[in-house]
Design a binder for this molecule. Structure first.
Ligand code: C2E
Ligand code: CA
Ligand code: CA
Length: 573
């Protein structure tokens, strides 16, 4: 497809080239003189010569002027050859002829206009040429923007447009929306290089085109390694997946040995056509996400459970602004105990968001936090939770006379806000707190993602005096030996890490090693999700410093937590 190699920019007039195919020297001369100063000219006196030039210069030729009577090939033959070859089909051809009767034949063979012989005045010829060139360039630009440059497939916008047209023409046809993702495409790119990755994408695009040309659908590349397919409903999705898989082999320089490219697939089958097209592919995409980390399953189907979740998500998103306004969100506090001394001592609390929804009762943060992270509401919610937490710390100082720091969760999405540091600083100042009164829990995965920028912000927060806890440690993949260089005051071990340590001796040794390592770089460890006295004792022995979990207390509403603190204070004395 020639569109891949040519840019979308229009060539300026001086560099536009016109190929004149004409055997009479006198006609050659007249035409060349007409064009002089406006175009650069290529000349061919025979059909053979012309085809050779076209083959070599196809990308730089803007227009062909074709005489029908040539010594070797007839002009009509040249026309039909150009018309039949997709590489040349875009080249506009004006036929120059004295034979008015040939017009119909020429048009059916793909000529776009005529210039009669003897030639009309120069201005008329030039005007006609310019109009045709501009027309064909517009058509090129259109074709270009319709298509993805690398694979020649439709781009997403045009795909959606065509999908809607398909629906218009086949109103009662059952249709499937299918999303295909390449597994670990990043790794493929990293290991074998970009050129190889590009080749993989091209191969898959070819397969996809083959497939839809049989099934009667359309396909596009929507993003880097994601393909969308919209096609008549089918039964056997395994078959599609099989047909789309490609084997790269020795000939594909880069990979060295045979390399099977694996795909995963999401299907929203027999789509509801009252939904807009984006939404239908959203569903297919979510279905594909359900098998993202699976090694046994490659096909995810959009089902009722996903539908229910989607309805719930829509409702929660819709209800969010009112919920924030009407203070339906509450902060619960879960105590943390320092266990390094003989007697455990209350040392801080984690603030955890709760949503007391008027229609649904208590909604778990495990449901709404990921949702709000995706939809950008988390920033407003977290700001509210931080402020409420700071207000409570102030309240405990004033009414109980105790200084108990609270740790708040800071989502990686919060770091997208350039005003983050200022906002946290503002809260501390507003309630007359010390920076040490607010601990920031930042999940391990935030340190890895777009690492540079986030770490810089964490460093600023740390420099102000905020205490930084790395949350959920063990779920991400930060290497242990980089911990020392990161701005971390406390390591909060992931609950799963703790849980598995009590089930499996190997996991226990790993946990022990992590705690020892943290100790060696003087970072204390918190274990969360601790539920029994036995676990507490074990963790203490391993060298863990702080414990949080049901063993000491569940997360409590502010009033109950205050009572809890009072009791603890009493026991202290
Ligand atoms: P997380 O930060 O890892 O919080 C710990 C979770 O473990 C909390 O769940 C807590 O209630 C639960 N938990 C505590 N002790 C135990 C125990 O002994 N056993 C068991 N099984 N669970 C225990 P929760 O409150 O449902 O919060 C879930 C997650 O939601 C949190 O995980 C955190 O990532 C997020 N989250 C909660 N509140 C906020 C918030 O205000 N802002 C942000 N950004 N995220 C929040
Ligand atoms: Ca946390
Ligand atoms: Ca955690």
């Amino acid at each position: 497809m020639t569109a891949h190699t040519r840019g979308v920019f229009r060539p300026s007039a001086e560099v536009r080239r016109i190929l004149i195919i004409e055997d009479e020297p006198i006609n050659q001369m007249i035409l060349a003189r007409y064009l002089e100063g406006n175009y650069s000219v290529l000349l061919a006196s025979t059909g053979g010569e012309a085809m050779e030039i076209i083959h070599k210069e196809q990308d730089t030729i803007s227009l062909i002027l074709l005489d029908l009577n040539l010594p070797d090939i007839h002009g009509l033959d040249i026309l039909s050859r150009l018309n039949a070859d997709p590489r040349y089909a875009r080249l506009p051809v004006i036929v120059v002829t004295a034979d008015i009767k040939a017009e119909v034949d020429c048009l059916t063979q793909g000529a776009i206009d005529f210039i009669p012989k003897p030639y009309p005045p120069r201005e008329i010829v030039l005007a006609r040429i310019l109009r045709i060139i501009e027309l064909s360039e517009d058509r090129d630009v259109l074709r270009w923007t319709e298509r993805d440059q690398l694979t020649g497939l439709y781009n997403k916008d045009f795909f959606y447009h065509h999908a809607v047209m398909l629906d218009d023409h086949h109103k009662t046809l059952l249709t499937d929306a299918i999303v295909l993702d390449i597994n670990h495409f990043h790794t493929i790119n990293d290991r074998f290089g970009r050129a190889y990755g590009d080749k993989v994408l091209q191969r898959i695009a070819e397969k996809a085109l083959d497939l839809v040309s049989v099934s009667g659908g359309i396909v596009c590349r929507s993003e880097a390694d994601t393909f969308y397919m919209y096609c008549p409903h089918q039964q056997d999705y395994g078959d599609i997946l099989e047909k789309m898989s490609v084997d790269m082999d020795d000939e594909d320089e880069g990979a060295g040995s045979e390399n099977r490219i694996r795909l995963r697939m999401g299907v929203y089958s027999s789509v509801d056509k009252s939904l807009d097209i984006e939404r239908r592919f959203d569903r297919a995409k979510r279905a594909a996400d359900t098998v993202k980390d699976s090694i046994t399953q490659a096909i995810g189907i959009y089902d009722d459970a996903m539908y229910e979740r989607e309805i719930l998500a829509d409702r929660l998103i819709e209800d969010f602004p009112a919920a924030l306004r009407e203070k339906q969100f509450q902060v619960y506090f879960q105590p943390k105990f320092n266990i390094t001394a003989d007697k455990p001592a209350l040392c801080s609390a984690e603030a955890l968001a709760r949503w007391n929804h008027p229609g649904m009762g208590m909604v778990s943060p495990a449901v709404f936090i990921p949702l709000f992270e995706k939809n950008g509401m988390i920033q407003a919610l977290d700001y509210y939770i931080w402020t409420e937490s700071a207000r409570q710390v102030r309240n405990w100082k004033d009414t109980l006379g105790v200084s108990l720091p609270v740790s708040v969760n800071v989502s990686r999405i919060d770091f997208l806000d350039p005003a983050l540091v200022g906002k946290l600083k503002g809260i501390v100042e507003e309630y007359g707190l010390d920076y040490k009164d607010l601990i920031l829990e930042i999940t391990e995965s935030a340190y890895i993602e777009e690492a540079g920028q986030i770490i810089e912000t964490i460093e600023q927060l740390s420099a102000l005096g905020f205490c930084i806890e790395m949350d959920d440690f063990g779920t991400g993949y930060s290497s242990l030996n980089t911990l020392a260089s990161l701005p971390i005051d406390v390591l909060k071990l992931d609950m799963e890490l703790i849980r598995s340590a009590f089930l499996d001796p190997k996991a226990k040794r790993l946990l022990e090693a992590i705690i020892k390592l943290a100790e060696s770089i003087e970072i204390p460890c918190i274990a969360e999700g601790v539920e029994t006295a036995g676990q507490t004792a074990d963790l203490k022995e391993m060298g863990c410093d702080i414990i949080q979990g049901y063993y000491f207390s569940r997360p409590l509403p502010a009033a109950d937590f205050m009572q809890f603190v009072r009791e603890e204070e009493k026991q202290e004395v």
